[in-house]
Design a protein around this ligand. Structure first.
Ligand SMILES: Cc1cc2nc3c(=O)[nH]c(=O)nc-3n(C[C@H](O)[C@H](O)[C@H](O)COP(=O)(O)OP(=O)(O)OC[C@H]3O[C@@H](n4cnc5c(N)ncnc54)[C@H](O)[C@@H]3O)c2cc1C
Length: 385
């Protein structure tokens, strides 16, 4: 939708096709944190990747079947140990935050913007280690307790980053691009047609359509679409669970927070809405979390959030993060095609990076400069000789 927004502003005629009629995917079901600083954490080591295949204990789980069916993805991931992306991703993230600020100040859009993101740790040493590497203000245990938490000694506050209610951002952005004249086709599944290579075409309801540019920004389904024209973008889904509670009008926590030892996000958007998120499961497109997994999440939150009385669960959702094995997005032109582009693979940071990803692809389509030194790292060709 950010791509549609920027391209329409440039004067292009834009059509957006989404098979989901109402918005139930990752862009709605996520933690809503716009926080490049926390992008590098929690870090995933080779050992964690291996133990994630063995059992579901913490938030991470990888089904052995996924490993067997996607060997090349896991070979690249274990080679990189999912690190090495931090500095460049931070640069893209900073561009995104600037674009978000411009967007919020120029558009009449308010998705419960809250400034300042907190990372909490069991020990002060872990908070200090984060602060030394990535910055942020260290929090005293008394401040952490005033924010509504217990049993956590270390904390970091990154004042310049923020959180939003992603469901509101999704709805308001969609309304805005519609007002701007983007043609929106919902509840229809698009396909790609390679019959006219090097020109790609798209198909809808069995009809073939031409376009100057076709952009695949289909989250975890980007692979399915790209495979239709013989291209492998190396994007796999990693699911996560979102639980939304009504707090009965009480402020339960003072700031949007990441419980860094557990990979759990908590944010209160307004007087009533508390969002709790966790899990990174590579199990394909399975839309189910068992009671044991939910209990693990609720138990940790109960252990560390001081006042959970009167909370009422009002909504649950599952989102699929579109993940590449090297943690970089896939942004650029698809090999062998003149008019086919991809903007996807933002994995854990898709909301944070959405405006910058759109801006980078826009610059590629228009032949303009924008973070040119980073573009090769994002290139769709990088996994293929
Ligand atoms: C639990 C959880 C917490 C997260 N927390 C954060 C966070 O705090 N901050 C952050 O930055 N990111 C976070 N993320 C990641 C972020 O949500 C995703 O990276 C981002 O939403 C991906 O956006 P997307 O538009 O690429 O994909 P999606 O939101 O999945 O959208 C893809 C769309 O493409 C459509 N589509 C697919 N195939 C077709 C087709 N053939 N035809 C038509 N339409 C099609 C789908 O219907 C869908 O609507 C989190 C994710 C999860 C699951």
């Amino acid at each position: 939708m950010f791509l549609a927004y920027y391209l329409r502003k440039d004067g292009y005629e834009v059509r957006l096709i989404d098979k989901d009629p109402v918005g139930r995917e990752a862009s709605v079901y996520n933690a809503g944190l716009l926080t490049p600083s926390f992008a590098p954490t929690p870090q995933l080591s080779k050992l964690q990747l291996l133990s994630a295949v063995i059992g579901r204990r913490g938030p991470l789980y990888i089904s052995p079947m996924q490993v067997i069916t996607h060997l090349s993805w896991f070979r690249i991931a274990s080679g990189k140990a999912l690190t090495g992306f931090e500095e460049s991703t931070m640069k893209i993230g900073k561009l995104s935050l600037r674009l978000y600020e411009e967007f919020f100040s120029s558009e009449n859009i308010d998705p419960d913007l809250a400034k300042g993101v907190v990372g909490l740790y069991r020990t002060v040493e872990d908070a200090k280690a984060f602060s030394t590497r990535f910055g942020g203000k260290l929090l005293e245990p008394a401040e952490i307790s005033r924010m509504g938490y217990k049993g956590l000694e270390g904390g970091i506050l990154v004042e310049s980053e923020f959180s939003i209610n992603p469901a509101k951002l999704f709805k308001q952005l969609r309304t805005r691009i519609q007002e701007m004249g983007v043609v929106i086709t919902l509840d229809k599944e698009a396909r790609l047609d390679d019959g006219a290579r090097p020109r790609a075409r798209y198909m809808l309801d069995g009809k073939v359509f031409e376009a100057d540019s076709i952009i695949v920004s289909a989250g975890s389904w980007t692979r399915t679409l790209c495979n239709q024209v013989g291209f492998e973008p190396e994007i796999l889904p990693a699911s996560g669970l979102v639980m939304i509670y009504d707090t009965g009008g009480r402020r339960v926590i003072a700031r949007p927070t990441l419980l860094e030892d557990y990979g759990i996000g908590i944010a209160q958007h307004d007087d009533h809405t508390l969002r709790v998120t966790s899990f990174f499961e590579m199990v394909g497109f399975k839309k189910h979390y068992g009671e044991g997994r939910k209990k693990w999440l609720v138990d940790i939150v109960s252990r560390h959030v001081t006042d959970l009385s009167k909370l009422r669960l009002v909504e649950e959702g599952i989102g699929f993060r579109p993940c590449t094995p090297d943690q970089f997005s896939v942004i650029g032109r698809v090999p062998y095609y003149e008019n086919l582009y991809v903007a996807s693979g933002n994995c854990r940071l898709g909301v944070t990076l959405a405006p910058a990803s759109a801006y980078i692809l826009r610059s590629i389509i228009r032949g303009e400069d924008c973070l040119d030194e980073i573009k090769p790292l994002l290139s769709p060709e990088r996994f293929h000789s």
